[in-house]
Structures are given as structure tokens and as C-alpha cells.
Design a protein around this ligand. Structure first.
Ligand code: NAD
Ligand code: 3PG
Length: 319
């Protein structure tokens, strides 16, 4: 089997990948081979011309968890190709979700800011939430929510999960059609959902109203699962208590450059009951996470080669 990597990978990364993949699998990094088949393409945003040009191609792997919408749309038109992803960063994402929750429940960033201006008592009366005994509804029961489960239970919280295909007999798993009933019994809503036609805007005005004025919302999945205007208004009017967001509606141009600011139709940065981070839950620049990415990617390639069962990303679910 031949695997081509479309994007640039450092010499060190290439060495790790060559070490970790099965010896019978050939890898190419610069230009793809002209003279024989290339069964697997690894690409963040696959080049359509390359997809057409590679002979024998049957699989595409995006080397992260959330394939971009354009990739999903492009591959929806290519039923001959299977799309795979990796979930290497579930632990760091779950850890940041936990951090956002603790920070939002206890106003940690705001209290820090007030103290820096010499205000010792100004934050005493903010409405805080004690987490023990509270009910958490997690949207999605995949890699990230799996890593959230143990720490949230250790804090004494009750968990329920929504997934589009709840398993028979799993008493804490529910279908999205039960969302409204569950929200009425929820203190904390955490979204780990990918973006699809089903999930886009799933949480809007009505859902935030059901979460209620004591409710806290955390989003580490994809921004547009939560309706932008509804969330801004709910936070500004305090019809929900607080939120913690890692994922956004609009991203700065030149993302990653020093000086980039958060753009958007709504000034989220002015809200005191919002804790924010710049889509960094996956900690992609961290060398430890990069090692986890390379190992997960090599495992995915080996699994495809050995025909081990691996869930595909469902491109027909929209994007
Ligand atoms: N903030 C970040 O840096 C960061 C990092 C990694 C992943 N992500 C995002 O988080 C998403 C989830 O990551 P994961 O590794 O846990 O993926 P996963 O595939 O392991 O889990 C996703 C879960 O969501 C469920 N689901 C999907 N669509 C649904 C819908 N419409 N309604 C109900 N349930 C639905 C699936 O059944 C599955 O249980 C990724 O797709 C990506 O968009 C964000
Ligand atoms: O790992 C990454 O590339 C970033 O953390 C983004 O990951 P995601 O696509 O899994 O959000």
C-alpha cells in the first residue's frame, strides 16, 4: 500500500511516521508517485485535482478531528473514497473544557482582572455555581466526551449524553429528539459536536431559554452548533448564567499571527459572563500533542492497511 502526504511535514515528523507505520507500507512526502497506485492520501484540505490524479485512491485521512466543511462537501461527491479522521487531541480538549467550566462557574478570569485593578470585594457577589451534585448534559458521546466523563463524575456531577445513534441499553444516552426535555433538567450544557447539517444551530433561543438563568454552556466542538445571535443575547441579557467558548463563528484572517483579534458581528469580548479561548483546546502547537497526532495517524494508516474496523467520517451527513 502507498500513502501520500499532501501537506508539508517536518523531517522529524517524517522519521516518526516512517518508524510507526507498518514496514510494508510505502510513504511519499514531496510529489506523489506517477508510476504506481496511491491508495491513501493524508491531507488537511485535500486538493481536488490531486484526488482526481491519484490512481487507485480509496481513502483520505484528515490528520485531525474535525474535517473542514469544504472537504466533507467535496468527498460527499466521491462515494468511491472513504474519509477518516483521528482523535489524538481528545484529552487536551476535555481538559480545556473542564478549565472553561471551572472558570465560568467561579468567574476566575473576571475576579483576576478585578483584583489587578485593586478591587478586592467587587467580585464577591457574582452568581457562582458549585459543581457538586449538578446535572451535566453533554452533546456527543465520542472521544472528547469520553475523556470528560471521569473528571466530571469525580467532581460529583450527574452526566447524560446526547448522540445521534444512542446505544440500546445505555441508560445515560439519549437521541437529539429528547433535547428539550433533558435541557429542562440540566444545569450545565457541554457541546463536543462536530458541525453538520444536523448540528448547525442545534442550540438556539429556545434551547438556551430551557437551560435557564442558572445554566452554564461550554462549547469545545464547533462554534456554529450554537446560534451566534441567540447566545450573545442570552449572555448579554443574563437569561443564561455564563458560558465558556473555545470555538467561534468568525475567525481572524491570518489566524495564528500575533495581533490577530477576534472578529464578529457581535462583541462577545465585552461580555463579563463569558470565558474565551482562541480554538486552542487541541493544543496543536504543543510537541507532546504533535507526538500524539503522529502516533494516532500511523495507527490509522496501519488499521486501513490491515483492514481493521475503523469508523469513517460520514460525509453524507452534511457539513
Ligand atoms: N476545540 C478544538 O480544538 C477541537 C479539537 C478536536 C475536536 N474538535 C471538534 O470536536 C468534534 C468532536 O470530536 P471527537 O473527537 O469527540 O469526535 P467523535 O467523532 O469521537 O465524537 C463525536 C460525537 O458526536 C456525536 N454526534 C455527531 N453529530 C451529532 C448530532 N447532530 N447530534 C447528536 N450527536 C451527534 C457522534 O455520535 C459522536 O458521539 C470534532 O468533530 C471537532 O469538530 C474541536
Ligand atoms: O489538532 C488540531 O489540528 C487542532 O487542535 C484543531 O483540531 P480539530 O480539527 O480537531 O478541532
Amino acid at each position: 500500500m502507498h500513502v501520500h502526504f499532501q501537506d508539508e511535514w517536518s523531517d522529524e515528523d517524517q522519521d516518526v511516521l516512517r518508524r510507526e507505520v507498518d514496514g510494508q507500507i510505502r510513504l511519499s512526502f514531496a510529489s506523489p508517485p506517477e508510476d504506481h497506485n496511491t491508495e491513501v492520501l493524508v491531507a488537511g484540505r485535500p486538493d481536488e485535482k490531486l484526488l482526481d490524479r491519484l490512481r487507485g485512491l480509496h481513502s483520505v485521512i484528515v490528520p485531525f478531528a474535525g474535517p473542514p466543511g469544504k472537504t466533507m462537501a467535496m468527498l460527499a461527491d466521491r462515494p468511491d473514497l472513504s474519509l477518516y479522521n483521528i482523535h489524538h487531541n481528545a484529552v487536551p480538549v476535555a481538559e480545556l473544557a473542564l478549565g472553561l467550566l471551572l472558570a465560568a462557574a467561579r468567574h476566575i478570569p473576571l475576579r483576576d482582572r478585578l483584583l489587578r485593578t485593586g478591587d478586592w470585594t467587587g467580585s464577591y457577589h457574582l452568581p457562582s455555581m458549585i459543581l457538586r451534585g449538578k446535572r451535566v448534559l453533554i452533546l456527543g458521546r465520542g472521544a472528547i466526551s469520553g475523556e470528560l466523563e471521569a473528571p466530571l463524575r469525580a467532581l460529583g456531577m450527574e452526566l447524560r449524553f446526547i448522540r445521534n445513534n444512542p446505544r440500546n441499553g445505555a441508560e445515560d444516552e439519549f437521541h437529539p429528539r429528547e433535547l428539550h426535555r433533558l435541557l429542562e433538567e440540566t444545569d450545565i450544557l457541554i457541546s463536543t459536536l462536530p458541525l453538520s447539517d444536523d448540528s448547525r444551530g442545534l442550540i438556539a433561543e429556545k434551547e438556551l431559554e430551557l437551560l435557564g438563568p442558572r445554566g452554564i454552556l461550554i462549547n469545545v466542538g464547533r462554534g456554529r452548533v450554537i446560534d451566534e445571535d441567540a447566545l450573545y443575547t442570552a449572555l448579554a441579557d443574563r437569561t443564561i448564567q455564563a458560558a465558556g467558548l473555545d470555538v467561534w463563528y468568525h475567525y481572524p484572517r491570518g489566524e495564528g499571527r500575533a495581533g490577530s483579534t477576534l472578529p464578529g458581528a457581535r462583541p462577545f469580548w465585552e461580555l463579563e459572563n463569558l470565558v474565551m479561548s482562541p480554538h486552542i483546546a487541541g493544543e496543536w502547537p504543543n510537541p507532546e500533542v504533535q507526538r500524539m497526532r503522529l502516533q494516532a495517524l500511523a495507527r490509522r494508516i496501519n488499521d486501513i492497511f490491515h483492514k481493521n474496523p475503523v469508523p469513517k467520517v460520514e460525509t453524507d451527513r452534511g457539513y
